[in-house]
Write a protein that binds this ligand. Sequence first.
Ligand code: TRP
Ligand code: MN
Length: 449
Amino acid sequence: MTPSPAWAPDSWRSRPAAQQPIWPDEDELKRVHAHLTGLPPLVFAGEARHLTRALGQAANGRAFVLQAGDCAESFAEFSADAIRDKLKVILQMAVVLTYGAGLPVVKVGRIAGQFAKPRSSPTELVGGETIDSFRGHMVNDDLPERSARIPDPRRLVAAYQQSVATLNLLRAFTKGGFADLNQVHAWNQEFVASSTEGQQFEDIAEGIDRALRFMSACGINLTAEDSLHEVDFWTSHEALILDYEEALTRRDSLTEEWYDCSAHMLWVGERTRQIDGAHCEFLAGIRNPVGTKIGPTATPDDVVALCERLNPERTPGRLTLITRLGADRVDDGLPPLLEAVRDEDHPVVWICDPMHGNTFSADGGRKTRRFDDILAELTGFFRAHRGAGTWPGGVHVELTGDDVTECLGGVEDIVEGQLDQRYTTTCDPRLNARQSLDLAFAVAEMLRG
Ligand code: TRP
Ligand code: MN
């Protein structure tokens, strides 16, 4: 296919590019770019094609997507334990959804590359001084000081290195025994296991044990069934900093097509999805599965135009639309979008991001989200799809494996006064492990109808 007459990894440069940092040292940026261009890819084109096929199942109503991870990964909180704990909660959610809905779950992490953040303002006021906004550890540091906020191109290489190490460990865990269904009890962390949701999870884990014993007793050789012992776990992040994404874009030697090898899947955000802008131009030419966030200002025409631009060949699984309308707007806003895309016969994966349309500042100034609003947007999402006869293909959530207090509510009922206790995110508030599990049970229920 030909996205633009002469697409190239750098053709985005002739378009307006929103949300790019102003790097103070252009020569340093050029050196870093050249260096990254020579480094090995993180993923292989064949894997991206494999994910497109898996997502194609979700476009056709035969699978469900779980896309989950940090709002922003952090250089400071980088450890094997943190990666393991995040994977644990994602595996728990996947099991709950697979078991509860009886559907294959496509597991996609917001991980191993999610280091850049779009901002509503390029600067902020700290103690009377105007300094650059924090744009993610790929660009600058979150410390509220002028010098920490100066964009540093060497951070692109650090982000690459951390992504490499993260993906390496994820591959080890998911293919090396940690994700084995025989380990299902081990994913229930202590502070989760003691809770109601944790108990409910143990019930499912016992159900799985029993099913495995049953199959074994029937004479099925479970050891030989690879699918019981490992999972396909895909990586994704927002393709925001195009200097980075361009440098990791390579031509596949088998097909001669271009792939952004920084992750399996890439998406553009609500602030960078301009149809003639640099980000859409970049996504249009890479062959990875791609996505776009869809916020409350998007019209049916906008959404159809995005489908034409990003998936002119109508390949199922190529394009995912991630809606983030807010609990109070989903009922009115979503149906017209679903109908327009349906009537144009565009095969898309519809995913609900119930996080970003439901953020507000609590009295103490902390950014937070109410668990009930998150569930309400999900309920509206399922209702709208039922009405339009389209498939609610997945969820996109920000979570952590840690026992944080960043989102309000849930079974443990975190209240505003508790936000300060364990509020560690570098950007948006994330669901903690118990709230995440809670959400998975609720979604499994919605999928059963
Ligand atoms: N491989 C299957 C799948 O990914 C079954 C499976 C193995 C699984 N380990 C898992 C499912 C952990 C969810 C979570 O669906
Ligand atoms: Mn976020």
